[in-house]
Design a protein around this ligand. Sequence first.
Ligand SMILES: Nc1nc2c(ncn2[C@@H]2O[C@H](COP(=O)(O)OP(=O)(O)O)[C@@H](O)[C@H]2O)c(=O)[nH]1
Ligand SMILES: [Mg+2]
Length: 237
Amino acid sequence: MPAYNAAQTLQKTYDEVMAQGIVDKVIVVDDASFDETVKIAKGLPNTIVHTHPHNQGYGANQKTCYRLALEEEADIVIMVHPDYQYTPKLIPAMASMIANDLYPCILGSRILGGYAIKGNMPVWRYISNRFITFVENILTGAKLSEYHTGYRAFSRGLLQQLPLEENSDDFVFDNQMLLQILWFGHTIAEVSCPTRYTYDASSISFWRSIKYGFGCLGTAVKFRLAKMKIIKSRLFP
Ligand SMILES: Nc1nc2c(ncn2[C@@H]2O[C@H](COP(=O)(O)OP(=O)(O)O)[C@@H](O)[C@H]2O)c(=O)[nH]1
Ligand SMILES: [Mg+2]
């Protein structure tokens, strides 16, 4: 769980994660929250709490998460935002798809099943999501319903293969990571995921979203140019 000011929802997310009965360990990385996230995290059983001394960004937070997960010898790693936006009830399904060697990466999609709309995703975000996804599918050749979910499962082998340290420390990290997975020729699977949009589950501002959107498009263009051997990119070695 990459956490940033998640005090209101961390416990609830954690409880539902553990209720699934198959999670051995939770890792919470706190990115210098100014609420009680760390205090709450430290009270959770079977949980490793790591704190960044200063705010380093969402991508940097995930880099720490995956590094710690590999150090803990995790076989299956599930990243979920601790803002209780995505239901932890899909964890057994996602984990089993990896355990059975079907796919190395599973996404919980808010678009499949129409949950983005049902869960009240703001319309401007829905339209941007659909547009960016459309362009990225064309540029990568993949057929994903979205590239922007905060609910993702990975196999250990996949995490070891990806050059994650080359990625941004900001939100676009999420997108770079998925495109790296495609770059290495893997299939990304998706399951439809009930989602809710409330004030405590969504805080990213309009301008940061715009920056993220252009970052996604830029990453996809880099991917295509690197595939065509027109440029060299450290993201896509
Ligand atoms: N590490 C870190 N995470 C952040 C920062 N700002 C937002 N986040 C996290 O990024 C995730 C996505 O943000 P959120 O506002 O929930 O976006 P949305 O769910 O897509 O509307 C959440 O888990 C936030 O806690 C930050 O500065 N650092
Ligand atoms: Mg959220």
